[in-house]
Design a protein around this ligand. Sequence first.
Ligand code: NAI
Length: 264
Amino acid sequence: VKATGRHADRFGGQLVLVTGAGSGIGRATAFAFAEAGARVVAVDRDAEAALRTAELARLIGAPQAWAETVDVSDEQAMEKLAEKVAAEYGVVDVLVNNAGIGLSGSFFDTTPEDWKKVLDVNLWGVIHGCRLFGKQMAERGQGGHIVNTASAAAYQPSKALPAYSASKAAVLMLSECLRAELAGQGIGVTAVCPGFVNTGITSTARFAGVDAEEEKRRQKRTARLYGLRNYPPEKVADAILRAVVRGEAVVPVTPEARAAHLMS
Ligand code: NAI
C-alpha cells in the first residue's frame, strides 16, 4: 500500500470521514489523508476491512484513526454514526461519500430489486452522508468539504450499466446542486468521476443478464485502448485530495474519463 505523499501535513488536525474505506479507492483515500496528517474515520459495512484500514492509517501517519461498521444505505445506522462521530470525534471537516456497488446488465435484464439495491447504496448512501454530515458542517459555520464518488458512467452512456450509470448521474447532479447551495457557507462539494480503476468493484460487480465474459472483454478493450489496465486507486485518492485543496467541482479521473467528459 502506497500513499502518494504529495500532500504531506496539508490536512493536519482535520477530521476526515471516508465511506467504503475498506477497499479500493476509499482505502487509498483514507491512507492519503492519513499521510497528510488528518484524523481519519474509516467507514465500511465490512467490519474487518474497516479495522484494517484504520490500523494502517495510524501507521501511515494519522494522529488518530477509527473504524466504524455501517451500511451507508441504512438511514438509522447513518444517523447513529453521525451522532457518535460528532459526540466522540468532532465535526467532520472532509466527508468522502465513496461507498458504492457495481451492477452490469442490460436495461430489461435489470430487475426492480437490482435497481433498488444499486440506488440504495450508490445514491441514498450519498444522500444520507450529505444530509447528516453536511448539516453538522453548516451548523458549525467553519466551512468544510464534501467529496462524492460518482463515475465517468455518470456522463458516458453504456447499454451494459443503466442502473449503475443512472445512480452515478444522480450523484453528479446532486453534488452540483449542493455545491451551489453551500457555496455561501464556505463548504465545497466535489464530484469525482473515475473511469476504469483496478479495484475490488471491477472484479466483484454483478452481471445481470449480460454475458459476463463479453462485459469483461469490453472492459479489457477499453482499458487496453487507453493503456489503463492497472490504473491505481492511489491516483484517484491523489485527485480527491487535490480537488479538496483547490475546491474543484467535477473531477474526471483516468484519461478515458477526461476524454469522455470533454465530449459530454
Ligand atoms: P471496492 O469494491 O474496491 O470498494 C468499495 C467498498 O465499499 C468496499 O470496501 C465495500 O465493502 C464498501 N461498501 C459497499 N457497499 C457498502 C455499503 N452499503 N455501506 C458501506 N460500505 C459499503 O470498489 P471501488 O472501485 O473502490 O469503488 C469505490 C467507489 O468508486 C464506488 O462508489 C464506485 O462506484 C466508484 N467508482 C469505481 C470505479 C472503478 O473502476 N473501480 C470507476 C468509477 C467509480
